[in-house]
Design a protein around this ligand. Structure first.
Ligand code: DAH
Length: 339
């Protein structure tokens, strides 16, 4: 039995020499020291020994167990050091490898031009105000002198939330809110989203953007309107930009005018960009209607003002000759990177 124990230690030693993983090490431990292990089996037979033999053999058994345990522990340490070394060797970082490119987004051209517009108007002393996109019909229509039977109020054109609440169809209601909350002199622009019940195509979207402008003070005239809007056009499209004002009709302005710029692509001769007109429509404008001033508690005998509305998509499309409005909303970097 003694010999068996001693040779068991030798056997365990040679078994351990071939171990290269933690799982193999564990199976060796089980093989010798486990409940059904070889050493345990020998110890079970101790009962067959005589009383004199038992202490000596017991002592050897304990020594062999301790020795095997120590060998296993030693192997365990060597093994983990070896595994760490292996990992360090295989997982080194190759600093010469090219980095991973993370594509960075680009400001949408709508935002870029809006930023330009802010610069232009802030430079002329305007401040920026905003109003709600979910708006009362009173602000979106009535207070703006738009009569109850006006076609723009039709459910076919306007998104109604209730009888009295709509998704605003224009930024003009911010004019009313501003005059209710501010005393003249007023000089503001109001950018924002507007909504109309249009199917999506190259030139229509149910959501688009406008920039409203409003100036109210004593003695404001049409000359102020023309001067301000001409400076705006020249700042945005270049100093040699020619503008013209055409009579128009809006319920909330009187008189009303649309402003065109001379086509920058053909210089006015006529081309596809200006549809052979030589001129490109840029915005709607006019002198604030006396009824609108009155609706806001301002006396039209004392105060006058002008207003304008710019379609952001429209001016950006014309500035860059973009022919499909849907490109603005797709966030395709191949498009965005061109601006
Ligand atoms: N609200 C008009 C529209 O959506 C645009 C407009 C025209 C605004 C003339 C104005 C203005 O302030 O004076 O078509």
């Amino acid at each position: 039995m003694k010999e068996k124990l001693l040779s068991m230690h030798e056997k365990a030693k040679s078994d351990l020499a071939g171990v290269s993983t933690a799982a193999e090490l564990e199976s060796i431990r089980v093989k010798y020291l486990g409940k059904k292990g070889e050493l345990t089996a020998v110890l079970r037979q101790m009962g067959q020994l005589s009383a004199e033999e038992r202490p000596a053999v017991g002592k050897i058994a304990n020594e062999v167990r301790a020795a095997i345990e120590a060998d296993i522990d030693e192997k365990k340490e060597k093994l983990s050091a070896f595994l760490i070394e292996q990992r360090l060797k295989t997982e080194t970082i190759d600093v010469t490898m090219p980095g991973r490119v993370r594509p960075i987004g680009k400001k949408n051209p709508l935002t870029q031009v809006l930023d330009e517009l802010y610069d232009i108007f802030l430079g002329m002393g305007f401040s920026i105000v905003t109003g709600p996109e979910v708006e009362y019909t009173y602000y979106n229509f009535d207070a703006l002198n738009i009569p109850a039977d006006h076609p723009s109020r039709d459910v076919a054109d306007t998104f109604y939330i209730t009888d009295k609440i709509v998704l605003r169809t224009q930024t003009s209601p911010v004019q009313i809110r501003t005059m209710e909350n501010m005393k003249p002199p007023i000089k503001v622009i109001a950018p924002g989203r507007v909504y109309r019940s249009d199917a999506v195509d190259a030139t229509h979207s149910p959501v688009f953007h406008q920039i409203e402008g409003l100036v109210v003070d004593k003695g404001v005239t049409m000359a102020d309107l023309k001067g301000t809007l001409e400076v705006f056009a020249k700042s945005l499209y270049g100093d040699d930009t020619a503008v013209r004002f055409r009579p128009h009709n809006f319920p909330f302005t009187e008189p009303s005018a649309e402003m065109d710029i001379r086509c920058f692509a053909c210089g006015g001769k006529g081309c596809p960009l200006c549809k052979n007109e030589g001129w490109i429509e840029i915005l709607g404008s006019g002198m604030v209607h006396p009824n609108v001033l009155r609706n806001c508690g301002l006396d039209p005998e004392e105060y006058s003002g002008f207003a304008f509305g710019i379609g952001l998509e429209r001016i950006v499309m014309r500035k860059y000759n973009i022919n499909d409005l849907r490109l603005f909303y797709e966030n395709d970097l191949r498009f965005l990177n061109q601006f």
